[in-house]
Design a protein around this ligand. Structure first.
Ligand code: FAD
Length: 378
């Protein structure tokens, strides 16, 4: 038997519990502030499954905020072999249908503020986090001209007619400055930060959550697409994405077609061009026909792309789900009631929302600690 705390309930409890403790939600390159008043939890064993951007963000938040717990991270794959590693890592988002907009706004803002601090610090190149300015353009004027995150990025405005002239097939556009977070650098950086906070890391495939039920008191599931099997969640499905990295140091602005399928994102060492969004497609090999189509589509937006040297090609499977699952459940595992916090299913927005959902997951872990029988706390 297991019960689940639904996301909106958690949301309200989270709002209430964060109201009086601003210290935990301090977003900076500094440590997440330790939580006071739970030191009787000394020795509680927490395990995070997953070493992508969601897993490492969550593990860092927990290890820094709950230094009296022993925090381990287990994963089958680490950087550079996770889905997160190949993501373009640009911060903006689509709206999830069933999650209160306030919660989505908080996820976005918490992530943005955290990464902005890094982008503006001396850690920026090492962590792979930079500011990025550019345009999102639309062939048809969208119903919602001001998405919920428009006030959270920097300098959001509609493009002028003069700016739109270079995109004759597009009728409307938005100009803004956001963040690009390159996980091939960011994940090793978070890994170091986790170790510094006392975390332990082990490479291993977990075949079922039952395996972990004796060795740990709280399980945090950040296994992305792996949750299909690990959490038995049939809602989770792959959304295939193919991209190329090209050498084009003259490109300084991002360009994204509002349909989400064609984009040019200049980064620290290369420019990512893409892409595809193929629901339910498990193919992990590069499709040459699709690569050609990407170069053509991007060339239509920025002709000089056709002259750029291709550095690498990559395919990743986004952990698609109608809504991300950020919630707590108590599972009956091998006869023991074990609290499980889920944080997965971020689809095409995992880099954008990782820190925000990690802070929510931290709040849920704290809730698990509060509800633990006294003897388990000793
Ligand atoms: P992953 O990175 O897939 O990590 C999952 C982890 O769980 C891995 O370590 C894996 O080994 C582990 N795991 C799974 N099952 C098990 C198991 N049974 N036992 C042990 N370990 C297990 N997002 C953005 O926000 N902005 C973008 O610009 C962007 N661009 C993208 C472009 C492409 C082409 C693609 C494919 C994705 C893009 N994304 C983007 C989406 C983003 O990559 C994902 O949302 C994000 O990587 C999900 O992170 P995750 O940590 O949940 O999953």
């Amino acid at each position: 038997m297991s019960y689940t705390e639904d996301a909106s309930v958690c949301d309200r409890k989270q709002e209430a519990s964060t109201a009086n403790r601003p210290s935990v939600t301090r977003f900076s390159t500094c440590r997440v502030a330790p939580v006071r008043g739970l030191s009787s939890m000394k020795g509680v064993r927490v395990v995070v499954v997953g070493a992508g951007v969601v897993g490492f963000s969550t593990a860092v938040c927990i290890a820094e905020a709950l230094p009296f717990c022993s925090v381990s991270l287990l994963a089958e794959k680490f950087s550079p072999d996770t889905t997160s590693d190949g993501a373009a890592g640009i911060l903006f988002a689509a709206e999830f249908p069933d999650i209160p907009l306030e919660r989505q706004r908080r996820w976005f803002k918490n992530s943005f503020d955290h990464l902005l601090d890094i982008a503006q610090s001396r850690n920026s190149p090492e962590a792979g986090v930079m500011l990025s300015s550019g345009w999102q353009i639309f062939k048809d004027v969208p119903a919602d001209k001001k998405p919920f995150w428009s006030e959270l990025v920097i300098g959001f405005r509609s493009m002028t007619d003069a700016e739109l002239k270079r995109f004759p097939d597009h009728k409307f556009g938005q100009a803004f400055t956001t963040i690009k977070c390159e996980c091939s650098s960011y994940l090793p950086w978070l890994h170091q930060r986790f170790i510094k906070a006392g975390g332990q890391v082990e490479q291993r495939k977990v075949n079922s959550l039952q395996e972990l039920s004796n060795a740990y008191d709280v399980i945090v599931n950040c296994s992305g697409l792996g949750s299909k099997q690990l959490a038995g969640d049939d809602e989770v499905h792959p959304v295939r994405g193919q991209v190329l990295k090209v050498e084009a140091p003259w490109l300084k602005h991002f360009i994204r077609d509002g349909d989400g399928k064609t984009y040019i994102y200049p980064g620290i060492h290369s420019v990512t061009i893409g892409g595809t969004r193929q629901e339910g497609d498990w193919r992990l090999h590069v499709d040459e026909g699709e690569a050609k189509s990407i170069v053509e589509r991007c060339g239509a937006l920025e002709p000089s792309v056709s002259r750029a040297r291709v550095l690498s090609e990559w395919v990743g499977l986004r952990p698609g789900r109608r809504n991300p699952r950020v919630e707590r459940e108590v599972a009956q595992l091998r006869g023991r009631r074990v609290p499980v916090v889920h944080n997965y299913g971020h689809g095409g927005w995992g880099v954008t929302l990782a820190w925000g959902t990690a802070l929510d997951a931290l709040g849920l872990v704290r809730m698990c600690l509060h509800k633990m029988p006294q003897r388990a706390k000793l």
